[in-house]
Design a protein around this ligand. Structure first.
Ligand SMILES: [Zn+2]
Length: 74
């Protein structure tokens, strides 16, 4: 999972990891998360689906090969 780049909504300072604290550059207290949240490039549902696919695909492949091995062995 790549960390989301968060920039100060006022001066553009990279505030990744500092979202909850004031901007060290301009003192702006606006949270980049509040500003960027709804307009994030990837919808949360897509991110969730990708996470599910990434975790489930290897499991399904493993179960499939295990099932095949079991069927061939019997
Ligand atoms: Zn700033």
């Amino acid at each position: 999972m790549t960390p989301l780049r968060l920039y100060c909504p006022k001066c553009g300072y990279d505030r990744s990891g500092l979202a909850e604290s004031p901007c060290p550059e301009c003192g702006c207290r606006l949270s980049p998360v509040d500003v960027m949240g709804p307009t994030s490039s990837v919808p949360p549902t897509i991110q969730f689906a990708c996470a599910i696919a990434i975790f489930l695909l290897p499991a399904l492949l493993f179960l499939g090969s295990a099932l095949l091995a079991f069927l061939e062995g019997s």
